[in-house]
Design a protein around this ligand. Structure first.
Ligand code: PMT
Length: 210
């Protein structure tokens, strides 16, 4: 049985015991990909950030909270995978210090120092030694194609799913999505707006028949 690892959902980067930095990812797109793969007979490992979706049955669920935990989970499970799809909206920065107690109000301004997180998708080739099919997403509000192609190359992917996220009818949180797939081999395939389930199904067909 072929094996796929999928990341989904947001990460949460703690500031203090009650506050965190995160984003609007619901996990719906990543979970739709995991369901489509499971239904197509794949052995699926889903590394999920904190979401409000029900855990998927018939899938190995690995629940994480922070970008660092997601990195460690992917590092632990990537060996033996035939396909890796990084759909999660991972924080690029995390607070340099996590306060032990709830921060108190002081002056009119407050400065938070952030440090870079590790790039999970960007580590798959060089750090984790993954050599099979690697698929990333590029969530962009402008210059979709340029930024997506740049990520395709920089992160050494076989495919990148370029996802416009500047509207309200597709992308983050909603039930629909619209993406353009770019491959390292030079293909461009548009997947017009549809339910995330149908987009996931089509995407998986393309990735596995390529
Ligand atoms: O979850 P939903 O509400 O259904 O929304 C779906 C989605 C919009 C989140 C999804 O379709 C999507 O576009 N996911 C990528 C979100 C993102 O953070 O993209 P990015 O362009 O910032 O990151 C580029 C790629 O690097 C992504 O594959 C991301 O998973 C990966 N990455 C980023 C940072 C990091 N530290 N590690 C990573 O692996």
């Amino acid at each position: 049985m072929k094996k796929v690892l999928i990341t989904a959902g947001p990460t949460r980067e703690p500031i203090d015991p009650v506050r965190f930095l995160s984003n609007r990812s619901s996990g719906k797109m990543g979970y739709a990909l995991a369901e489509a793969a499971r239904d197509a007979g794949w052995d699926v490992t889903l590394v999920s950030g904190p979401v409000c979706l029900d855990p998927l049955t018939g899938v190995s669920m690995v629940n994480v909270t922070t970008a660092a935990e997601m990195y460690d989970a992917v590092a632990e499970h990537i060996s033996g995978m035939d396909l890796v799809i990084c759909c999660a909206a991972v924080a690029d920065y995390t607070p340099a210090v996590v306060e032990g107690q709830k921060l108190k109000k002081t002056g009119e301004e407050m400065k938070l120092t952030l440090v870079r997180t590790k790039d999970i998708l960007g580590s798959c080739r060089e750090v984790f030694g993954f050599q099979k099919t690697l698929v990333g997403f590029a969530a962009e509000t402008q210059d979709l194609e340029r930024y997506a192609r740049e990520k395709l190359e920089r992160k050494a992917c076989d495919w990148i799913a370029a996802n416009r996220v500047d509207g309200t009818s597709s992308g983050f949180e909603v039930d629909h999505n619209e993406i353009i797939l770019f491959s390292a081999a030079g293909e461009t395939i548009e997947l017009p707006r549809d339910t995330k389930q149908n987009v996931a199904q089509r995407m998986l067909d393309i990735l596995t028949n390529a």
